[in-house]
Structures are given as C-alpha cells and as structure tokens.
Design a protein around this ligand. Structure first.
Ligand SMILES: Cc1cc2nc3c(=O)[nH]c(=O)nc-3n(C[C@H](O)[C@H](O)[C@H](O)COP(=O)(O)O)c2cc1C
Length: 190
C-alpha cells in the first residue's frame, strides 16, 4: 500500500468483527511498530497483546473509565447520541478480538521522559498504519488512562506508564472521516 494512501485513509474504528486476524499479520504490525525511531535508540517501549480471557478482563477494567468520561463529554456538549456511542465503545472496545497495550518506563529526567513518550507514540502510529495496510482496524485510545493504575497492575507493570491502547481486528463498520483543520504552517526563510 502506498504510504500516503495509508496515512490519509487510516481511520479510528469503533466497531469490530469477532474474527481473529492471522498471527503473521499481527507480527508484521508489531514489527512495523518496533522500527519506529526512538530517542537515543532506547526502544524503551513494551507491547502487550491481549486475547481471550486476558482481553476480557482487561476490557472490563478499562470500562471503569466511563464514569470519568461522562462529565467531560457533557462539558464538550457532545450530543447524547454520540455520548452513548462513546460509552458503548469503552464498554467492549467495539467487540475487537484483540487489544494491544503500549507501556513505557518513566525517564530519569524530564527531557528523557518526553523522548520516551514521543518514541512510544511513533511506535503506536507505525502500528496503526501497518494494521491499516493489513486490512485491520485500530483506534488509538488514551481515554482509558483514567484507570491507568488498575490497567498497569493487571499487566504487571505498576512502575511504568500506560501510553495508549488500541483494539485491533477486522472493522465491522466504515467509520466517518473526521475533517482536518486548515493547516497553519509557517514557512520561514524561503
Ligand atoms: C493520543 C490520542 C488519543 C485518543 N484517544 C481516544 C479515545 O480514548 N477514544 C476514542 O474513541 N478515540 C480516541 N482517539 C482517536 C481520535 O478520536 C481520532 O484519531 C480522531 O477523531 C480523528 O479520527 P481518525 O483517527 O479516524 O482520523 C485518540 C487519538 C489519539 C491520537
């Protein structure tokens, strides 16, 4: 798949089929993540893929974020219909058969901490694009960070940071294309 096509057509998927993607496709997605750049090439990220009972238990914990999100959705004046959709998604991650969690250690100082977070974000984006190229849907999620402690404890990584999670699987519904804002790019010295 052409890179620009992947960048423009990757979407956040919130409804999934229950079918498990082939292991080889998942390995390629993870490998693409691991080829992301990282500060001092530290590659300080950790990836956990959850399926079956582990996925169920993890998603149950993640749905604990819903009560924290309700006031935020209300404040943002998200229509009731959409609020229901968001809450439904957090309840079962759209029925995705797999969840990938990305965790990172805390850096020794603010600068390295930032580098570790940015590196982890690059890894996530690589995986999302690769998943799209494999015909798989994903949705970068940080809303679950309201219950970060509980999720990290489940993963046995209490001392780390949960960067993000994504459901991954075959999409069951074509998502809308959220518009992008007009770009505000300054070109200096041309
Ligand atoms: C850092 C980050 C956090 C996000 N967290 C959530 C989330 O918690 N729940 C969710 O449904 N979508 C989440 N999203 C997805 C965004 O809503 C989505 O990327 C945006 O609306 C643009 O849509 P698109 O990805 O389909 O282009 C997140 C995206 C990013 C980059």
């Amino acid at each position: 798949m052409d890179l620009y096509e992947a960048i423009h057509n990757r979407r956040s998927h919130r409804f999934y089929k229950p079918d498990l993607p082939p292991r080889e496709a998942l390995e390629r997605v993870i490998d693409a993540g691991l080829w992301a750049p990282s500060g001092t090439n530290a590659q300080a990220w950790e990836i956990t893929v959850l399926a079956g009972k582990a996925r169920e238990e993890f998603v149950e914990l993640a749905s604990g974020a819903i009560p924290y999100m309700e006031p935020i959705l209300e404040k943002a004046q998200i229509p009731e219909e959409n609020r229901k959709l968001v809450k439904g998604f957090f309840k079962n991650l759209g029925g995705a058969p797999l969840v990938i969690a990305v965790t990172v250690p805390r850096g020794p100082d603010a600068e390295m901490d930032m580098a570790i977070i940015q590196s982890g974000a690059a890894l996530v984006q690589n995986m999302l694009l690769a998943a799209h190229a494999e015909g798989l849907g994903t949705c970068w999620m940080t809303g679950v960070l309201f219950v970060e402690k509980q999720l990290l404890a489940y993963l046995g990584k209490g001392e780390q940071r949960l960067l993000a999670i994504t459901p991954i699987g075959y999409s069951a519904k074509t998502p809308p294309v959220p518009p992008r804002k007009d770009r505000e790019v300054r070109w200096l010295g041309f």
